[in-house]
Design a protein around this ligand. Structure first.
Ligand code: FMN
Length: 177
């Protein structure tokens, strides 16, 4: 699939077919994260691939979002920001979050490219998730996403128009000289 097609067709899918997802696809998806830009090339993102059905069910409960239980895999995106904070102080914390976002988007585009679907999930009980997956205290959980084959066609969604988000040379200046 062409990049532009992946960008434009990626959607959040919350219903999945009961169809096996190949583990090599999951590996490719995780591999896409490696190529995201990272400040000073300090790679802060860590990924937990969850395939255990019981754990997937528990993650859906912890997130209070039942659709998650139908994902064939869940990728939990974590950050180890130690090196970034050591180098950049408070900026390191900001970089760490942005780096997780960059890695997540790489993975979502790869998922789309492979004909699979996912939904970025940012609402969950951090502590309960950490307990379930034995994530250490110093590691931040950024997001998670279930992966599967789509069992729904998403409704058309209004995507903000370029004009309303674009300024030239200064805040709120909408005309380009
Ligand atoms: C930071 C972030 C957190 C999100 N958290 C959730 C979530 O907890 N549950 C959910 O169903 N969707 C979640 N979404 C998905 C958005 O609802 C979705 O991207 C938005 O409605 C636009 O739809 P689209 O992804 O199909 O373009 C999240 C998206 C982002 C970027």
């Amino acid at each position: 699939m062409q990049l532009d097609k992946s960008i434009r067709s990626r959607r959040s899918i919350r219903k999945y077919l009961d169809k096996k997802v190949s583990f090599s696809d999951i590996t490719e998806i995780c591999d896409a994260a490696r190529f995201a830009p990272m400040a000073c090339n300090k790679f802060s993102v860590r990924l937990i691939v969850v395939s255990n059905k019981e754990k997937i069910k528990k993650i859906a409960e912890i997130s209070q979002q039942p659709f998650i239980a139908d994902g064939k895999y869940i990728i939990v995106v974590c950050t180890d920001k130690k090196d970034l904070v050591k180098s950049f102080g408070d900026n390191g914390t900001r970089n760490a979050r942005q780096q997780a976002g960059a890695a997540i988007e790489h993975m979502l585009l790869k998922i789309t490219d492979l004909g699979l679907s996912a939904c970025w999930v940012g609402w969950f009980d951090d502590n309960a998730l950490k307990r379930l997956l034995k994530i250490p205290k110093n590691i931040d959980v950024e997001a998670l996403f279930p992966i599967g084959y789509a069992a729904e066609k998403p409704k058309k969604l209004f995507k903000t128009d370029l004009k309303s988000i674009l300024f030239f040379d200064e805040w709120d200046k909408k005309e380009r000289k």
